[in-house]
Ligand binder design. Structure first.
Ligand SMILES: Nc1ncnc2c1ncn2[C@@H]1O[C@H](COP(=O)(O)OP(=O)(O)OP(=O)(O)O)[C@@H](O)[C@H]1O
Ligand SMILES: [Mg+2]
Length: 460
């Protein structure tokens, strides 16, 4: 978007056009006006507007026709409808067919300006994402296959990781990826593979925490027929199968001690000895390991071999949790909602309230949790707007504060604990006393009584 966003204002009353022109210019917008729907249609083609603000009730060409025309011209342009006769029904209909917002006349200037500001942000993200998607497609195009799954983000912390990944990808260095669950460790491993010289080779992966020791051993290294009960034929291990490509070892911190020694050998000698075999087989693989544990701490505790740790940790990449890169939230939300939209349909959008809830939530499950929450919301939101009630409950519940009593008093009285707990539940239920009483299992009248008693105490 240019420095000064261009707003196209369409209304059949010249007076309204004049008022809005003066107001918006003062706020730093470039304003183009069109009197009546017909002139509006013309202006859509010529004005290259970033945002369209249009009256609904106009003779001949209505605001809904304008909305339709804007969608066809440039679907990334938000359209704000204004009308005097707002019924809830028509508002819902307008938003359902893709209006960005529905303003009821008369409206306060502040309200209009707040909506315009949000519309600008929305448009900017849309435009940025379009470029990002084109880039992704171009990158994929050079390989002639489907789109490369590329980790998305633009926060500084995230870009630092991505830049390092781009540098390291073409080398054969072993990489240790750290980060909480759902931060994108596997996605990053795939990205490293796709951007490497081994991209045409296989990408194999195993979750070291998911298999019992003996099974994990034969999966990794292979075995020869008859080496143990059930080994009815020779089996190639994953290290050998990943030859010429990349082997991703997920949850490497879960690896039992006996296998840690064997893995060390692979890393040092670049060969494996299948279970029951006497000869080593050379393996040519690039190893990427991931863990959501603090491996250095595991080394200190004696749970993980230090020599193995140093062999794995040649290049360390740590994916930051989502709560530490909130600048990425809006971008990720937009990309996921676009992915979730049915073909040919406009993606759904978060209402202001839903966006607020999402922005303050801690996201312990990180990007995966965000992806799932949006999928959940897309199913429950019938129209094009996702409201807080469409999101999973835990996201809209207020952040839980530690109990007051726990924090302030070494030996709190029963009374104090009760009081803290009541306040805690009340806060968690967003101040709703009826729901809080339900959660506490007491009568609402009892709750009121207790609360007024506390207020009495507070006042002293
Ligand atoms: N930066 C990102 N951009 C786009 N999608 C992402 C990003 N990070 C994670 N995802 C998506 O989130 C989901 C979880 O990612 P992934 O499986 O890579 O996480 P993980 O760190 O391996 O989690 P776990 O430790 O639980 O195995 C995947 O669907 C992935 O595509
Ligand atoms: Mg994973």
């Amino acid at each position: 978007m240019s420095q000064q966003p261009v707003v196209l204002v369409i209304d059949d009353e010249g007076g309204i056009l004049d008022t809005l022109r003066i107001l918006l210019k003062k706020e730093g917008y470039e304003v183009v006006t069109a009197q009546g729907g017909k002139a509006g249609l013309e202006a859509i083609r010529t004005a290259s507007a970033d945002i369209v603000l249009t009256d609904v009730r106009m003779p001949q060409v209505t605001g809904l026709d304008i909305l339709q025309a804007v969608k066809e011209h440039d679907p990334m342009t938000p359209v704000i409808l204004m009308t005097a006769q707002a019924s809830l029904q028509s508002a819902i209909q307008a938003v359902n067919i893709g209006a960005f917002y529905y303003l009821q006349k008369p409206f306060a200037n502040d309200e209009l300006l707040a909506i315009l500001k949000r519309a600008c942000e929305f448009r900017q993200i849309r435009v940025e994402n379009k470029h990002l998607k084109q880039e992704i497609r171009r990158a994929a195009g050079t390989k002639g296959t489907s789109t490369v799954a590329r980790p998305i983000g633009k926060s500084r912390r995230f870009l630092d990781v991505l830049r390092l990944a781009e540098q390291v990808a073409p080398t054969d260095s072993t990489v240790l990826v750290g980060g909480e669950s759902g931060t994108g460790k596997e996605l990053l491993a795939r990205f490293l593979h796709d951007a490497s010289l081994r991209a045409d080779g296989p990408f194999m992966s195993i979750n070291c925490g998911a298999l019992p020791e003996t099974l994990l051993e034969s999966e990794l290294f292979g075995h020869v027929k008859g080496s143990f009960t059930g080994a009815v034929r020779d089996k190639q291990g994953l290290f050998a199968a990943a030859r010429g490509g990349t082997f991703f070892m997920d949850e490497v911190g879960e690896m039992p001690a006996s296998l840690q020694v064997k893995l060390l050998r692979v890393l040092q000698q670049r060969e494996v000895i299948p279970v029951g075999a006497t000869e080593a087989i050379p393996v040519d693989v690039r190893i990427i390991a991931a863990t959501n544990r603090d491996l250095e701490e595991e080394v200190r505790r004696g749970n993980f071999r230090s020599d193995l740790f140093y062999r794995l940790n040649v290049v360390a990449m740590d994916l930051p949790p989502l709560r530490d890169r909130r600048d990425d939230l809006i971008l990720l939300i937009d990309v996921f909602l676009q992915d979730l939209a049915d073909a040919g349909e406009e993606p759904k959008a978060l209402s202001v309230e839903a966006m607020d809830a999402v922005m303050v939530y801690e996201w312990p499950g990180n990007v995966r949790e965000l992806q799932n929450a949006l999928e959940h919301a897309t199913v429950f939101a019938r129209g094009s707007l996702i409201e807080p009630q469409h999101l999973p409950d835990r996201i809209t519940r207020q952040k839980k504060e530690p109990l007051v009593a726990e924090r302030s008093q070494p030996n709190p009285t029963l009374d104090l604990i009760e009081r803290s707990y009541i306040m805690f539940v009340l806060q968690a239920e967003g101040g709703n006393k009826t729901r809080a009483a339900e959660v506490l299992g007491i009568d609402p009248s009892t709750l009121y009584r207790k609360l007024s008693r506390y207020e009495g105490v507070e006042a002293k």
